[in-house]
Design a protein around this ligand. Structure first.
Ligand code: BGC
Length: 832
């Protein structure tokens, strides 16, 4: 089939502006072209085939193309559109998600997108997209609900692992290449969530108030890049933006996405994110998912009542069919589906996990493991034996396979190596002590339709803090201790989505926890479990202060007996909920402190979604950030630990030093919001830009990541390059191993602009892999867009001319070369 991407013409924005009033607040400006834009279209090109179909569709058939429905041949995907068989319009299947195809079948579980981003490698993003594209097609899907490109604004946000970075340039580059990769395989990509879904707390109600300049310079850049790359679909966000729901936000959907950027694909809602019929349709929404509350019967009634015209319906149908046509889905015989290629998927998963592995700290060459340190290793932590491959919610994937890190490390250490293991932090609990009457709570089966009850007492010998852990299938049993319901209903979304690790036991049972202080003596325990339609399995377990102390003591004993320690720490994140704090959850900080005190040659491997605080950092030998590394994560972790490859990742978000010092700390209006509204009052100072503006020292800066070798940077030259800059320098690997460096070009403010500007902003980068002694002369081109600011007075981009500081560094805080470059206004003006 022809490449659907190449059928888009390039988009150019030449300036000019209109201002559009939003429903409730002031203005959101969208640039309007002063002259005709080549290739920019405010409506899809009329396609004879699509127009003919529209002419033949009944109104009911048209309406059926504008909302989701149940799939009679359910493959377990998130959404379904039945199509119109009478006119050979095939159904559309829409599957999550960002780290692999989420259906009821095995798929390649890729590393979390944040780990992909850590590689600073758009070519790898394309390969990642190609895997998603091929697998999606092979697994019966037509649309993938990925990639997510919302910026990492708050370290607490539950979906930071599902997206790329806090920097708009990096996010834009990666989203574009991933989309090209997905769509090269014939699968329709859906960039999400448009726009400003930067947190999970109150995501379905919060009203984000943001000014024009940060909106355009920060969050929108990735979406615009997705449109330029030809994304077939855009998913509207749950939240409001400046007073109007994102899915009925005319300034966003119509004025910016359609008119200014020329997007001619389809706009769908996030799941259950529609709020209206006429307002949404006229604002530019085409498809309500996953059902038809507003775009089903209500739409029909609105047409009858005259509040919606059929022309408006046709416009949305045209966009849906237009995308289908572009992807050859209206050819009568839809393109043949390829088979899966699990080995190719696994190769990319492994490559990304190695390339995104980020070595944050490495005292006295703790890593790589060599000599005795590689032969007598204590492995500690739950994610060493329960591989934590991906996050929860719509990012969950059923992996083809996943070895445990303990297995991978043991295999890599080889015959004769002495590998000890201790759990350290017990996620799933230990069997309950004696109850009266005696009952076994380790694997109770309740038959379908039956009810099982227990009434008795639990014997507690010492006063202690107890965490009860219930593992269950079906409806959660009710467990009441001394009149207290141990597992009261969770706030909806949390229970619905669970976490990738903490919310499910290794055998797939759901898990909930409840903590109480108990006195010594007998406690009244009542349990009611219902078999439901399918029967039920459940276990009731516990951890206590005493079992925790025992687990830590075991870990310390194993650590002392070894030459080196690899301690796996976790932090579980999921959509639907933000994190409560930046500390590692549970008692992991105490565990790490105890183990590092017992053995200074301890490497902490972080299976975490986003930044964490590290009060134990000074006593740790090394810290390796592995995020959620996908199904090949164990192999990648072992390869990096033993130095078979260089840790290739760099941070794409700043790690704060504490909960008190980061861009959204201490101001509830900024985060999480007050009375349903939040202010993006940091303006353009998001992520590292805020740390620079406020003079705050982070724990680890944006761009940081260590190599096992050393690099020298030299010979900086900065030349004008059209209305951009060409930044040239030489990088030499001065060490004795092959390794990776990510050269980062930052630019300072323009003296000619009286607008807020960052002290330094990433303007280009290059990932380099160099053999020992090898050198490379590199030119990074800084585009006019990276040198431009959004002027709210002109409602358009303005080039930041004049002399600008240019630095080349290995993080936002570690500069290797510094110079200056003169930016001149070229004839063409700034380009997107
Ligand atoms: C998420 C989307 C996802 C959709 C379908 C929503 O809750 O926000 O990202 O694609 O569900 O699963």
């Amino acid at each position: 089939m022809s490449d659907p991407v190449s059928r888009r013409s390039a988009l150019r924005l030449l300036g000019g502006a209109v201002t559009v009033a939003t429903a409730a607040t002031g203005t959101l400006a969208a640039p309007a072209p002063a002259v005709a834009l080549p290739g920019a279209r405010t409506a899809p090109d009329a396609s004879p085939r699509v127009e003919t179909l529209i002419g033949r569709l009944t109104l009911d058939e048209k309406i059926s193309l504008l909302h989701g429905a149940g799939d009679p041949h359910g493959l377990g995907q998130a959404g379904y559109l039945p199509g119109v068989p009478r006119l050979a319009i095939p159904p559309l299947r829409l599957a999550d998600g960002p780290a692999g195809v989420r259906v009821k079948a095995h798929a390649t579980a890729l590393p979390a997108p944040v780990m992909l981003a850590a590689a600073f490698d758009p070519a790898l993003a394309r390969a990642y997209g190609e895997v998603l594209g091929r697998e999606g097609r092979a697994l019966g899907q037509d649309v993938i609900l990925a990639p997510m490109v919302n910026l990492i604004r708050t370290p607490y946000a539950g979906r930071n692992f599902e997206t790329f970075s806090e920097d708009p340039l990096l996010s834009a580059d990666l989203v574009a290449e991933e989309i090209r990769g997905i769509q090269s395989q014939g699968l329709i990509a859906t960039v999400k969530h448009f726009a400003l879904n930067n947190q999970e707390q109150d995501r379905t109600s919060i009203d984000v108030r943001i000014a024009e300049q940060p909106l355009h310079e920060m969050e929108l850049r990735g979406f615009e890049a997705a449109v330029t790359a030809g994304t077939g679909a855009v998913m509207g966000a749950y939240n409001k933006v400046n007073g109007a729901w994102a899915c009925e936000n005319k300034p966003l959907l119509n004025d910016i996405l359609r008119d200014a950027w020329g997007f001619d694909g389809l706009v769908m809602t996030d799941w259950f994110a529609a709020h209206s019929t006429a307002a949404s349709l006229s604002a530019g929404l085409d498809l309500e998912m996953p059902s038809g509350t507003y775009f089903g019967g209500a739409l029909r009634r609105a047409i009858s009542a005259g509040s919606v015209t059929e022309a408006l319906v046709d416009r949305a149908v045209r966009r849906v069919l237009g995308v289908m046509e572009r992807f050859s889905l209206l050819d009568g015989q839809p393109p043949a589906r390829p088979g899966r290629d699990p080995e190719a998927g696994a190769d990319v998963a492994l490559k990304v996990a190695k390339a995104g592995a980020t070595l944050l700290h490495n005292r006295a060459a703790t890593l790589p493991l060599t000599g005795a340190a590689a032969r007598a290793i204590a492995v500690i932590g739950p994610t060493a034996i329960y591989p934590f491959i991906g996050g929860g919610g719509s990012a969950h994937v059923v992996p083809d396979r996943a070895r445990t890190p303990l297995e991978a490390l043991t295999a890599r250490a080889g015959q004769g190596a002495d590998i000890g293991y201790a759990m350290g932090e017990d996620l799933y609990g230990k069997p309950l002590p004696a109850t009266s009457p005696g009952a076994d709570f380790e694997g109770l089966r309740v038959a379908a339709g039956a009810t099982w009850t227990f009434e008795g007492t639990l014997d507690v010998t010492e006063p202690d803090e107890w965490t009860f852990v219930i593992h269950y299938s079906g409806e959660r049993p009710t467990v009441v201790l001394d009149g207290t319901d141990l597992f009261p209903p969770a706030p909806g979304l949390l229970e619905l989505f669970g976490g990738g690790l903490v919310g499910a036991a290794p055998d797939g049972l759901q898990v909930r926890r409840g903590t109480l202080r108990l006195t010594a003596g007998k406690h009244r325990l009542t349990i009611t479990a219902k078999g439901g339609a399918a029967g039920q399995l459940f276990r009731l377990r516990r951890t206590t202060g005493a079992t925790r102390a025992g687990d830590v003591a075991d870990a310390v004993r194993v650590a002392r007996a070894a030459a080196s320690v690899v301690l796996f720490a976790y932090e579980d994140a999921t959509e639907g909920a933000d994190r409560a704090g930046l500390a590692l959850p549970g008692h992991q900080n105490e565990l790490i402190a105890a183990v590092t005190a017992a053995n200074a040659r301890t490497t902490v491997v972080l299976n975490t979604s986003s930044s964490t605080t590290m009060p134990w950092l000074a006593s740790a030998g090394a810290v390796l950030q592995m995020y959620y590394p996908g199904q090949e994560g164990a192999e990648a972790t072992a390869a990096v630990l033993f130095g078979d490859c260089d840790p290739g990742g760099r941070l794409t978000q700043t790690f704060p030093a504490s909960d008190e010092h980061h861009p959204v700390a201490g101001d509830r209006r900024r985060y999480p919001g007050v009375d349903g509204t939040q202010e993006y009052s940091e303006g353009i100072h998001l992520g590292y830009r805020w740390y620079d503006a406020e003079g705050v020292t982070p724990l680890f800066p944006f761009g940081h990541g260590l190599s096992y070798t050393t690099f020298a940077y030299s010979g900086l030259s900065v030349r004008p390059d059209g209305d951009g800059l060409a930044v040239t320098f030489t990088v030499r690997n001065t060490g004795r191993r092959a390794g990776v460096t990510v050269a980062q070009v930052y630019v300072g403010p323009s003296p000619d602009l009286r607008l807020a500007q960052a002290r330094r902003a990433l303007a280009g980068y290059r990932r380099l892999e160099l053999e020992p002694g090898a050198a490379q002369r590199v030119t990074v081109r800084v585009t006019a867009r990276s040198l431009s600011s959004w002027d709210p007075g002109r409602h358009g981009w303005v080039l930041g001319t004049g002399t600008r500081e240019v630095s080349v560094g290995v993080s936002a805080r570690e500069t290797r070369l510094a110079g200056r470059g003169k930016v001149r206004s070229g004839a063409a003006g700034p380009r997107p």
